[in-house]
Write a protein that binds this ligand. Sequence first.
Ligand code: ACO
Length: 430
Amino acid sequence: MTDRKATLTFDNKTLELPIHSPTVGPDVIDIRKLYAQGDVFTHDPGFTSTSACESTITFIDGDKGELLHRGYPIDQLASKSHYLEVCYLLLYGELPTAAEMEKFENTITRHTMLHEQMTYFYRGFRRDAHPMAIIVGVMGAMSAFYHDSTDISDPRQREIATHRLIAKMPTIVAWAFKYSIGQPFVYPRNDLDYAANFLNMCFSVPAEDYEVSPVLARAMDRIFTLHADHEQNASTSTVRLASSSGANPFACIAAGAACLWGPAHGGANQACLEMLRKIGTVDKIPEYIARAKDKDDPFRLMGFGHRVYKNFDPRAKVMKESADEVLDLLGIHDNPTLQVAKELERQALEDPYFAEKKLFPNVDFYSGIILEAMGFPTSMFTPIFALSRTVGWISQWKEQLSDPAHKIGRPRQLYTGHPFRDYVEVEDRG
Ligand code: ACO
């Protein structure tokens, strides 16, 4: 915080607005008193210029293409750390000591089972339901099963809810998958690590042994890590807004998952792979690039562009390397979707339209290729994103509740409807 002030002059008024300086990133003009002192609102649909909270968790420099979690760059975390360590870092602010890590891992591992009654809940859904529909429902329903962790005023209950959500999400997501393909639910195994346990719950069946490949488990873990948190994105802001009313953690996280489902956000990985398949062969790429540039065509290159990154999404670089590794391991050397993706990326990056608008591949551009190679259908891509992002949502929720400045979120509006008018009886309406 500094003593600097911005001066706003309009009509016959002059207001002094405090300027706050962050550790990194642009300064922030504090307009909290604007309405009280100036009788005006600011208007910022899509929040392109609005900071809604103070946070110490994640920082993105969109121009540099940099993503930091508690100061640590994502590429270092993706190559040197692992998902549960990143969860600890996001939740508690520092990398854990070996003893802290062991304790945390132990706690998460021992909370992976779901209340048995929840299996009946799954059975109420149609088998052809999108797994995200099931997941949003089941996450919301957790508040009906875990009453002892819904009192947000109790720090211990908040902690238990946090651990439960991180621990149970792989089971919730894997079971949504198993249900959709008509296979029996596979229970979690405490001898496997977080990612391997998830793969086992998704792909093992009672009829035969299934051994999780360490390379695939590592790739899965990296996908979780790359999606763990991303500052005040749409789903995280949804969680914070839901939480601002005092709603319980399970309800808030379910709200975040519902927001994530949209194709402009977490649904983009599914939409991207479907687009790459539809393009099919490299000779069709120019046609699709032309469509993406045509203002009269609603088509957009999925997996391209980002509200904040105006440079390479640093997660996309790691994801691209991972895609090569996984396909190599699986002996898939001439994957047509990967060929289309690489050529589409090359052509788009050379095109002045994408260069001028600073549109680069985002994290979703390559993740679908890896997930498909692992055996996941496209409908599971967004659920896996939701699983990974749960720690980000819950870390931001936790931070919000401990912020003394937090209050119920209540945006205002630029009203352009009718001014006051009297009710007209039906017989008098022309
Ligand atoms: N293909 C073609 N043109 C695009 C694309 C794209 N993927 N993305 C943006 N543009 C164009 C827009 O048409 C607009 O052009 P204009 O200035 O001539 O009107 C300009 O670039 C700016 O785009 P906006 O939509 O205003 O940017 P915004 O920040 O609102 O949108 C978004 C960001 C939603 C991610 C957008 O780039 C998009 O729809 N991308 C495709 C979907 C996608 O991949 N989403 C995943 C995001 S990452 C994540 O959630 C993990």
